[in-house]
Design a protein. Structure first.
Length: 449
């Protein structure tokens, strides 16, 4: 008890959900999800994605929250406390490393949101056709150091919030801004779905062609599910450790998964109808979102203002995610290595900046920062999302299902018997058998491809 009161924590129930949803909802939903869906056969990907989210996302998320709250510690410390003198803390170390890698490339795209705020304020999209928009986008990539500059500013912003601690920083910002983002996305979705030719986009998004489901689609959907829900690297172990003993972990997991999935779907409803309407290839990858969105605003009354608000909110959504990425690293450095929280933040930010700049510079068209058919940016994304997160996820469910065990799990999800938790047995069954098996099968099918 005494130990708990020394740690920072979330103040209210809505604060926890907002912070965890803030971690989950970000560029993964609005930027990465449409890219992955476009490159992996459209609706077939969506179908697998939804199955992953429901059957794996909820149990893995609950497992992380249970480990965090039970262990009352960071991603590494929680395993050390719950399984002393074992090899389990390796899962935590892997998570810290993964958080660091994701932050390094995620901050590149986060930086773009700042560039696009400036572009929208200066009305630079006005009247541009697709070709001009695409040209601008690739010109921007070729200005490698400008990308690095925005990335540095974004890392600084993240550091600033984490510096201030959990309740003052993370919770306060997340609580207000997430609902505003939802409203603007709904408005955008309606506009996009009513553009001429939008129907083809909706068909692409919702009508699955089962022959498109391959090993690559499976592993991409798995990686995207973990990435989007912030699972597999201890972000929610860390946040779980800040949740009070009388909060309901199961309902928190359900709310976060539901809101995250809703936002990803909305992003799909925004991007694909518009992309088909404007003739943008759904496999356009990085340009898909950054070119499509301003073009929708060009077709809207008050588009100038909406566009500014959109990119500001996108930046904030990215920020609430990078905060959780940095928090994993900082909580580890300060609690395990006893580096003062403030210094730990500075240290992590500088290291991310150094490594992250390679990710940014590797996106120039004539880059030498590429090997094996992938840029440094793509490698960081691939290794973290498609390998480390699923691996972390499988070890996390195995830990809760078999090492922590039934009685500790039930005790944690029922708040020591105070809550009913009717689904606890089903969820434990999934955690023990279904989730590990499914993750391993998908993982192997992806490798065999
Ligand atoms: N879930 C975030 C997104 O969808 O943008 C990205 C992310 C944040 C991944 C935190 C992992 C994480 F621990």
């Amino acid at each position: 008890m005494e130990e708990k009161s020394k740690r920072d924590g979330f103040g209210s129930k809505i604060g926890i959900i907002a912070a965890a949803a803030g971690s989950a909802i970000g560029l993964g939903n609005i930027y990465r999800f449409p890219c992955e869906l476009g490159n992996n056969g459209g609706a077939a990907f969506l179908l697998v994605y939804l199955i992953v989210v429901v059957f794996l996302g909820i149990p893995v998320m609950l497992s992380e929250l249970v480990i965090g709250r039970r262990g009352q510690s960071n991603a590494v410390g929680a395993f050390k406390k719950l399984a002393p003198k074992s090899a389990w803390p390796i899962v935590g170390y892997m998570g810290v490393l993964c958080g660091f890698i994701i932050f390094a490339f995620y901050s590149t795209i986060s930086g773009w949101t700042l560039e696009y705020i400036v572009k929208s304020v200066s009305n630079s999209f006005q009247g541009k056709d697709l070709a001009a928009m695409e040209q601008d986008f690739s010109n921007f990539h070729d200005m490698g150091w400008r990308n690095v500059m925005w990335q540095a500013i974004f890392i600084f912003l993240t550091g600033f919030v984490v510096f201030k601690g959990v309740q003052n920083g993370i919770e306060r910002y997340a609580k207000i801004l997430m609902p505003v983002l939802l409203v603007i996305l709904v408005i955008l979705g309606i506009r996009s779905a009513t553009l001429p030719g939008a129907k083809d986009g909706l068909v692409f998004l919702f009508k699955p062609d089962f022959s498109k489901i391959t090993g690559k689609v499976l592993i991409s959907a798995l990686g995207q599910g973990f990435f989007s829900l912030s699972l597999g690297m201890g972000a929610l172990i860390t946040y779980g450790s800040y949740i009070k003993k009388d909060d309901n972990l199961t309902s928190t997991a359900f709310s976060v998964v539901l809101s995250d999935t809703l936002i990803a779907l909305l992003a799909g409803i925004i991007i694909f109808p518009a992309a088909f309407s404007f003739g943008i290839n759904p496999q356009a990858g990085m340009g898909l979102v950054f070119n499509t969105i301003p073009m929708i605003f060009n077709q809207m009354m008050g588009g100038y203002w909406f566009c500014i608000i959109f990119f500001v909110l996108l930046a904030i959504a990215a920020l609430t995610s990078t905060i959780s990425l940095l928090e994993v690293v900082v909580a580890y450095l300060s609690e395990e290595l006893h580096i003062k929280r403030q210094w730990a933040t500075v240290l992590a930010c500088v290291a991310t900046m150094l490594i992250g700049s390679f990710a940014s510079l590797s996106l120039k068209s004539n880059t030498s920062l590429a090997f094996g058919g992938r840029t440094v940016f793509d490698w960081m994304d691939f290794i973290s999302s498609n390998i480390l997160l699923p691996l972390g996820g499988v070890l996390i469910v195995l830990f809760v299902g078999w090492k922590l065990g039934k009685s500790h799990f039930f005790d944690e999800v029922t708040n020591s018997g105070k809550l009913k938790s009717p689904l606890k047995r089903v969820i434990l069954f999934i955690i023990r058998y279904l989730a590990p098996l499914a993750i391993i099968v998908i993982f192997i099918s992806g490798l065999i491809k």
